[in-house]
Write a protein that binds this ligand. Structure first.
Ligand code: HEC
Ligand code: HEC
Length: 418
């Protein structure tokens, strides 16, 4: 190596580790647009969304395994605070093993559509799904209301927020195991079904009030962006690799076509053509099935159990449309706290972030299920150190955990810690 080449090599080494000097304007703009996470948008369809008593009651429900048919599965079984409010497993395991990877609850109040196929349009209606799902908790709304009625602390907490529980003591009128689709449910009078469903919807609303407090938490990325905003950019908050990774993410790697804004998600649906985790299983329709389910849901934001069915927020489901290109698509996940919620993708296809990045880099194994599928992705062909840089950026999105008081069952309800 002659002296000039040596000098150039040293200069490169000095420049490469950080993006020294001014950040390129588009990168700076992208950084400012990605942080901080604002408070979650208001939800007028739930009048107790920000009510302190509802929050505490909802937290008790979240940790209570007695809502499930075998009294062993709570929301926290799969959304474990110690595992980033997910479960660390490829596929969720409740009463049975499901076909979907458990997403985190952190930051979900920012989503427009809930579930990876968007079959719910509010957090309160989302919460009502797992309780009555045979894969997850296997419960039934009459049983859940009867359990609350028999548990003084919970009955009091319910009454303080919503007024007294319906009287379900008459077993004939309110049979055990009654939920839509069961013969018990068919046997019930219309008005009894309505009073039970109202109480059931209220439980979802209390759970949402709790979940709305589970924010992604401030991360090193946020602290770095705050330093840029204040004009005293402090690169020591991130690593050089993470800053280079962000520049790639926001620039050449094209990640921000879908992962943008404070949640690093467009909140909409795409089909990446991921290889199925079980090649023998039928392909999953994603939004193609989720949208008709949303349309048919009795708990829609513009439905009978909503507190503001005519609000702009509530009318979204009625005005949304899907096309053939949505078949097989899943909602773009938020990348906040992504390092804490392995494995990845809707069926837990990838064990590590490096596996996700390898997929984007090569598109190896990509399945084009139909000619409408997403055409945005092209193999990135980045080198190994660039991939590590992107991974370092994704690591910098891990936020401070919610306060401990939100990570355990609330005091006074006698609910054991999971
Ligand atoms: C057996 C494990 C399991 C249990 C129990 C469970 N969940 Fe989930 N949760 C999942 C899975 C899997 C998904 C994704 C399902 C899908 O998209 O089809 C999910 C999705 C969610 C979402 C939406 C996340 C998003 O990004 O859209 C929220 C919020 C949530 N669950 C809260 C709850 C609450 C509240 C309870 C209790 C009432 C609960 N979960 C019980 C596994 C579970
Ligand atoms: C065309 C839109 C699109 C682009 C471009 C895109 N993503 Fe994604 N990303 C998605 C969708 C949709 C999913 C979820 C797919 C699924 O589960 O079916 C996803 C999933 C992920 C996940 C897994 C998250 C989890 O919790 O499971 C990571 C990590 C990720 N993307 C990072 C990136 C990076 C880094 C780039 C750029 C190299 C990128 N994405 C480009 C749409 C996109």
């Amino acid at each position: 190596m002659n002296r000039d080449m040596f000098t150039i090599a040293i200069c490169c080494l000095l420049v490469a580790p950080t993006l020294a000097g001014e950040l390129p304007a588009p990168i700076k703009r992208s950084a400012l647009a990605s942080s901080p996470v604002p408070p979650p948008p208001a939800n007028p369809t739930n009048r107790v969304a920000d009510d302190p008593a509802a929050r505490q009651f909802g937290q008790a429900l979240f940790f209570d395994p007695n809502l499930s048919s075998n009294k062993e599965v709570s929301c926290a079984t799969c959304h474990d605070p110690a595992l980033g409010f997910a479960d660390g497993k490829p596929l969720a395991e409740g009463l049975k093993t499901g076909s979907i990877n458990t997403p985190t609850v952190l930051g979900t109040a920012h989503h427009r559509w809930l579930f990876l196929d968007g079959r719910a349009d509010t957090l309160w209606s989302q919460a009502l799904g797992p309780i009555e799902s045979d894969l997850e908790m296997g419960g039934a709304r009459t049983d859940v209301v009867r359990y609350l009625a028999a548990t003084p602390k919970l009955a009091e907490a319910y009454a303080a927020v919503f007024g007294p529980l319906p009287d379900v003591s008459n077993q004939q009128r309110f049979p055990d195991g009654a939920r839509p689709g069961t013969p018990q449910w068919e046997s019930m009078a219309e008005q009894d079904r309505a009073s039970i469903t109202q109480a059931y919807a209220n439980l979802g609303k209390a759970i949402e009030a709790y979940e709305r407090q589970l924010e992604p938490g401030e991360s090193n990325f946020d602290r770095w962006v705050a330093s840029i905003r204040s004009g005293t950019r402090d690169d020591a908050i991130m690593t050089g690799a993470a800053i280079r990774g962000f520049a790639l993410f926001a620039g050449d790697a094209g990640c921000m076509q879908c992962h943008f804004g404070p949640m690093l998600s467009d909140l909409e649906f795409h089909d990446l053509g991921l290889p199925p985790s079980d090649p023998a299983a039928a392909p999953m329709p994603g939004r193609g099935a989720g949208f008709p389910l949303l349309r048919a849901s009795e708990f829609r934001a513009d439905g009978p159990w909503s507190d503001a069915p005519k609000s702009t927020k509530a009318r979204r489901a009625a005005s949304a449309r899907i096309g053939p290109e949505h078949w097989g698509s899943f909602r773009t996940p938020s990348l906040r706290n992504v390092a804490a919620t392995a494995p990845y993708m809707h069926s837990g296809q990838f064990a590590r972030i490096s596996d996700v990045l390898r997929f984007y880099n090569t598109l190896e194994g990509q399945v084009r299920r139909h000619h409408h599928a997403e055409a945005v992705l092209v193999p990135l062909e980045l080198n190994a150190s660039q991939l590590l840089d992107i991974e370092a950026f994704l690591d910098s999105l891990t936020g401070d955990r919610p306060p401990n008081s939100l990570c355990v069952p609330p005091e006074g309800f006698g609910i054991p810690k999971p």
